[in-house]
Write a protein that binds this ligand. Structure first.
Ligand code: SF4
Length: 347
């Protein structure tokens, strides 16, 4: 399939955001980009990032995830080989019974059929049903504009055919609560009305939502503003869950899990230039723990991202050697969702 137009969109987005990274054309087409395990309150998570054509949007200023992808099309047959590779790994097969959740990513939008073949996604659900008998949640990362109800219904039916009833979760980047910072400064291109429409659809089918937030992803935000922004987001997502309670039983028809990513200084982004000028520093983990406390009062959960995926410039990570014990406490919090762990760590 000719990919010139998509490749052109990717380059234009990258240029418009003043990003200077290149793409990973040296990666083998039949291996995923990355794969790892996470421990969480939902049990063992297998996180797979498939190697495909990069995010078509590519405009978000602090993001260099597209640099781990190809600028060119990666076809169905190659993605299928990547899927076969995943299920041939001893590490995966030895833990197949323990895996409760699978997150499928391509560092962009898995539901964008131009960059991730729908056939490959269907093949993935088939393989997951066959090999992961206790998978309770299948999570798919995407931008909202690629979500089509018909595809979701089909996927949801497909994953219900496994040994364990499996819920479908969409994982979408929201990044910043403040509208001006999110869309005019960070270039996210996501209006709250669009997100709210997605939430309504998800509630109708009783699917789940994971929302990615970034703490302090732009130079224009102070540490205090960044903490405030996460607090505002927690209230907003909490209010959306409350709106979608069943009027008869009062039971929530929508689950939202916030994935709170402290920002690292990503190579080849305007944030890197600001960091090198001394105009930006990543958030302190203390501030991240403090921000996460805002979720305690809301009917949502929060998972704190503690990995910079090796994409930070030297000295540009939020992981600082002196914060190791705090990092360990946050990792414990991720598993137990016990806010006393955060409060004790902050004393
Ligand atoms: S944050 Fe997501 S939508 Fe934005 S450029 Fe990065 S991968 Fe694309």
């Amino acid at each position: 399939m000719p990919d010139k137009d998509i490749a052109g969109q990717i380059l234009r987005g990258t240029d418009e955001a003043n990003k200077t990274y290149t793409f990973d054309e040296g990666h083998s087409n039949d291996r995923p980009s990355m794969m790892w395990f996470q421990e969480s309150h939902e049990g063992l998570i297998l996180f797979i990032v498939f190697y495909t054509q990069a995010c078509r949007w590519s405009r978000c200023t602090a993001c260099n995830l597209p640099s781990l992808c190809s600028r060119f099309h990666v076809g169905y047959k190659d993605i299928r080989k990547q899927i076969d590779w995943v299920f041939a790994q001893e590490l995966v097969m030895n833990q197949r019974e323990k895996i409760r959740k699978v997150i499928v990513s391509n560092n962009g939008s898995v539901l964008d059929q131009e960059t991730f073949s729908s056939n490959a996604l269907m093949y993935f659900t088939l393989m997951a049903n066959e090999h992961l008998p206790n998978m309770a949640v299948l999570s798919i990362e995407t931008r909202t504009e690629y979500v089509e109800s018909a595809e979701l219904e089909f996927l949801s039916r497909a994953i219900k055919e496994g040994d364990t009833p499996t819920e479908l979760e969409l994982a979408v980047g929201f990044e910043i609560f403040d509208d001006h910072f999110r869309n005019d400064v960070f270039n996210k291109g996501l209006r709250k009305e669009i997100f709210e429409k997605l939430a309504r659809n998800m509630a109708e089918y009783q699917f789940r939502l994971k929302v990615y937030m970034m703490q302090k992803p732009i130079v224009e935000m102070s540490d205090a503003q960044a903490i405030f922004d996460i607090g505002q987001a927690a209230q907003y997502f909490g209010s959306i869950v409350r709106q979608h309670r069943d009027s008869g039983t009062g039971k929530a028809r929508l689950k939202i899990d916030m994935h709170l990513n402290p920002t690292y200084v990503a190579r080849g982004t305007p944030l890197e230039q600001a960091f090198l000028r001394g105009d930006y520093s990543p958030p302190r983990l203390r501030h991240v723990a403090y921000a996460a406390l805002a979720v305690e009062k809301e009917p949502i959960s929060v998972y704190i991202g503690l990995d910079d995926e090796g994409l930070a410039v030297p000295g540009g990570s939020f992981l600082r050697p002196e914060d190791e014990s705090l990092r360990a406490a946050l990792a414990r919090f991720n598993i137990l969702q016990d806010y006393d762990i955060l409060k004790t760590a902050l004393r």
